[in-house]
Design a protein around this ligand. Structure first.
Ligand SMILES: CC(=O)N[C@H]1[C@@H](OP(=O)(O)OP(=O)(O)OC[C@H]2O[C@@H](n3ccc(=O)[nH]c3=O)[C@H](O)[C@@H]2O)O[C@H](CO)[C@@H](O)[C@@H]1O[C@H](C)C(=O)N[C@@H](C)C(=O)N[C@H](CCC(=O)O)C(=O)O
Ligand SMILES: Nc1ncnc2c1ncn2[C@@H]1O[C@H](COP(=O)(O)OP(=O)(O)OP(=O)(O)O)[C@@H](O)[C@H]1O
Length: 504
């Protein structure tokens, strides 16, 4: 919290006020009014907060000022006062080049929380969420309180609240870090999306360890070319605060980044790999079972053979190699790190496994595109002894073309398919089902349609045998169903556990 007078003094100190700065600052109004938070998103602002009105590509923050005036907000920072009516707002400060201010203002406003924290930031096309969650699990076992920031949510692990973005804007990010600091979280695992890196959302966050998972075709609408996408990711590793770089060399872009950073000799650089024995952290898979993966771990002069990691999905072994490498790079003792590994579990909704003696294993995954569904089914297949069942649906009010493609993936990789609802939104479930089933080959009979998702899951549970696996695809970490834009509570974990309780 800071007073309006303190905020103004800081802005003067960093030379941010416009020379002709329009301000309604008036000593009859209270410059010692305490501002609790600063926001750049008007939807979060309450009476005791300040608002920064930024002009973006889509929205213009100045447009929300009228609404905030009605709420009785006391402090507004604007780029151009002519775009608002400043009357009745006690303090309006006009700032030069307002877009460049939030990072420094935010870290100062929240008392530089990241200076007190050991921060790991993960970037890459896939695996950011998973690596952060595995890191949080391991660091918790190493007796840390860990703040997590990412797609599934933000909070002190494991209590997370939904996040609007994978990586928050400057002000929200520093506010969360301060919140972690207040809760004694001394360590943070955060995702750094390429959008956030290029929009400088992570500026002034004291990231010490940067982790690269992989780079694959994605987000080209935003970055235009793979080279520019790579360059955005690369910036994370060039930040002055970053001392340790942990890089997957099983990926071509990772190998390139590793070569560049080692040659520059500015940072401590560590490589990890599942196949390259020259990597600093080499973790070959020696066997696979329904219970998980058996690996050997080599790090510099240390080695340990035949460690079981009880997780689903081979790509997660690479994600765990990232975690092991990052922890060892941070000088955690080898034996302590290994102890955390055989206790890891998949993050919520990411090939999350539910098991019960004598029953089919249930796996919950967020896959809601044809490609993701195919990958999830292939990943689960490797660890399935019996039949593989797939329960899935498609969202409404969004693009339709993926519906038959998801059916094709399900037909190709599962033994039996149960087509059901996902977030239908305003679409009729019957239309969605028709689109989906049109994707099955003529003559394909290994499927049923059960529109209500709860019933569909219960049906799968009732027919699957102990060695079988049921993949529930699409909802992942979500705990609601959206019909006609009405969200009702729906947690498929509860449906499964309740079924097992009643049918034990
Ligand atoms: C393309 C993109 O990344 N845009 C981001 C960027 O937008 P921008 O600067 O153009 O701003 P804008 O959306 O026009 O809004 C202007 C200002 O008005 C504010 N606003 C906006 C709307 C409103 O109702 N009220 C309000 O006050 C905004 O907070 C902002 O300060 O900066 C804004 C503030 O930080 C982000 O909210 C916005 O994310 C948009 C909503 C978005 O959808 N971003 C996605 C693509 C994104 O960033 N995704 C990555 C993950 C990608 C992945 O790996 O999957 C992420 O980190 O989440
Ligand atoms: N190391 C990896 N290599 C390849 N694919 C992976 C890897 N890790 C995860 N995936 C795939 O990416 C999907 C998303 O994983 P995760 O949520 O961890 O990634 P993310 O980078 O956070 O992506 P998003 O921001 O879209 O959630 C998984 O369901 C899986 O299909």
């Amino acid at each position: 919290m800071k007073t309006i007078a303190q905020i103004r003094a800081f802005l003067i100190e960093i030379n941010a006020l416009k020379l002709t700065s329009y301000q309604t600052i008036d000593l009859n109004k209270n410059p010692f009014f305490l501002i609790e938070n600063l926001y750049q998103d008007h939807r979060l602002v309450t009476k005791n907060d300040g608002f920064i009105a930024l002009k973006g590509q889509v929205h213009d923050g100045h447009r929300y000022v009228n609404q905030l005036r009605a709420q009785g907000v006391n402090l507004i920072l604007v780029e151009d006062v002519s775009l608002i009516d400043p009357q009745d707002i006690p303090f309006v400060i006009e700032i030069r080049n307002l877009k460049s201010i939030p990072a420094s203002l935010a870290s100062w406003f929240y008392d530089y929380p990241s200076e007190q924290q050991n921060i790991f930031a993960v970037t890459g096309t896939n695996g950011k969420t998973s690596i952060c969650h595995f890191l949080a699990q391991s660091l918790s076992r190493l007796k840390h309180k860990v703040g997590v920031l990412g797609t599934i949510g933000n909070g002190v692990f494991p209590k997370l609240e939904d996040s609007a973005l994978t990586t928050l804007d400057n002000l929200s990010l520093q506010r969360m870090l301060k919140n972690f600091y207040d809760q004694d979280a001394d360590t943070v695992a955060m995702e750094a999306s390429s959008h956030a890196i290029s929009q400088r959302r992570i500026l002034n966050v004291n990231i010490q360890t940067a982790i690269f998972s992989n780079l694959d075709i994605d987000h080209l609408d935003y970055h235009q070319t793979m080279e520019q996408y790579f360059q955005a990711k690369r910036q994370l590793f060039k930040l002055a605060s970053v001392k340790k770089c942990v890089i997957n060399i099983d990926n071509d872009y990772g190998s390139r980044l590793y070569a560049e950073l080692t040659e520059q000799q500015e940072k401590e650089v560590f490589s990890f790999s599942l196949v390259n024995s020259k990597a600093d952290c080499y973790m070959p898979i020696t066997s696979i079972s329904p219970q998980g993966f058996v690996v050997d771990i080599f790090f510099k002069n240390n080695k340990e053979l035949a460690i079981t990691i009880p997780i689903m999905g081979e790509y997660n072994v690479s994600n765990i190699a990232a975690v092991v490498c990052a922890l060892l790079a941070n000088a955690y003792p080898f034996t302590d790190v290994l102890k955390t590994v055989n206790d890891l579990h998949n993050p919520k909704g990411r090939l999350e496994k539910l098991i019960h003696d004598g029953k089919a294993t249930v796996v919950i995954d967020y896959a809601h595109t044809a490609d993701a569904l195919a990958k999830a089914l292939q990943a689960v297949r490797v660890q399935t002894k019996g039949k593989l069942y797939c329960v899935f649906g498609c969202g409404g009010s969004r693009e339709h073309s993926k519906r038959p493609l998801m059916a094709k993936a399900a037909q190709q990789y599962a033994d039996f398919v149960i087509v059901t609802e996902d977030n239908s939104r305003t679409d009729d479930i019957k239309d969605i089902v028709q689109d989906i089933t049109s994707g099955f080959n003529d003559g394909f009979t290994e499927f049923v349609v059960i529109e209500e998702r709860k019933q569909a899951i219960e049906y799968a549970l009732s027919i699957a045998k102990a060695d079988d696996v049921i993949l529930l695809a699409g909802k992942g970490h979500e705990t609601y169903l959206d019909k006609n834009h009405q969200k009702t509570h729906f947690d498929e974990r509860e449906v499964v556990l309740e079924f097992w309780r009643k049918n034990d």
